[in-house]
Design a protein. Structure first.
Length: 256
DNA sequence: ATGGTGGCGCGGCCA
């Protein structure tokens, strides 16, 4: 069994005790973290290694930052979309045995019409081109992370409220579909067709208590891996803790 | 009503 998870922790240093407890409980084989918000020099490597995980990371000061925790050591590490290098540490790809893991923190986009929004769309276009070659080279690939895109109406508590926003408008949903169409599946939708199942809730307005959320964190898998996917679930438990991340983990399991 | 909350880091940006 292969267990793959993703969690936007919104500061690794703040969430380290929660991560420790969660790893002990869930024991994933591969975990992609986003918004670690820590430089590589300050990364709590020893804390994570003491939990029995190897760790690969690409961080920066204050913003962004990605990491992959694994049972096996990483090889073939990439920290940028080839040909689309930026200062922003949002990409970490590595190989673990026969599995290629691509961990993403997709740009939020701020607001439609902004420079950040334009960057989000260009970033997604470059990502899609690159992932075609990644899939061509790796039959067993998982693409996980905070995509900052809710794929369809079921994934948004109120589509009317979000329909023109950067997380759900037609352009970003089309970009998400274009990404899936290169040969991926949304593992969550292999097992559940219900709406109202979210992975992120705004800290404000008691959004979690009222379930005013979005499903924007995803575990996508290559066609071959999709055939072996036995489960995908959103683990709401960490979002209920004191001082939580605004995101909660998504976990997929594969019969490998 | 451009609010509300949280992280970084110590003023303002970002989500």
């Amino acid at each position: 069994m292969l267990k793959v998870a993703t969690w936007n922790v919104n500061s690794l240093r703040v969430r380290l005790p929660q991560l420790r407890d969660w790893l002990t409980a869930e024991q994933p084989d591969l975990l992609g973290l986003q918004e670690t918000k820590v430089t590589d020099a300050d990364f709590p490597r020893a804390d994570i290694e003491s939990l029995g995980y190897a760790v690969t990371f690409a961080g920066q000061k204050s913003y962004n930052g990605v990491a992959i925790l694994s049972r096996q050591p990483a090889t073939e590490i990439l920290v940028d979309i080839p040909g689309f290098a930026t200062e922003e540490r949002r990409v970490l790809a590595a190989t673990f045995g026969t599995v290629r893991m691509i961990n993403l923190y997709v740009p939020n986009g701020s607001e439609v019409g902004s420079e950040k929004y334009d960057f989000k769309l260009r970033w997604l276009a470059a990502l899609t081109l690159w992932l075609k070659s990644e899939l061509a080279g790796h039959a067993h690939a998982v693409v996980v992370g905070d995509f900052n895109i809710a794929p369809d109406e079921r994934d948004v508590h109120d589509p009317e409220v979000w329909k023109d926003g950067v997380l759900f408008n037609a352009a970003v949903r089309s970009a998400f579909q274009g990404l899936v169409d290169i040969g991926l599946c949304d593992t969550f939708r292999l097992h559940s067709q219900e709406g109202g199942q979210f992975s992120w809730w705004d800290y404000r307005m008691a959004a979690f208590r009222r379930n005013l959320g979005l499903r924007i964190d995803h575990v996508l898998a290559s066609s071959h891996l999709c055939k072996t996917c036995t489960a995908c679930r959103i683990d709401k438990a960490p979002r209920k803790l004191e001082r939580p991340s605004d995101h909660t983990p998504v976990i997929a399991e594969f019969n490998l």
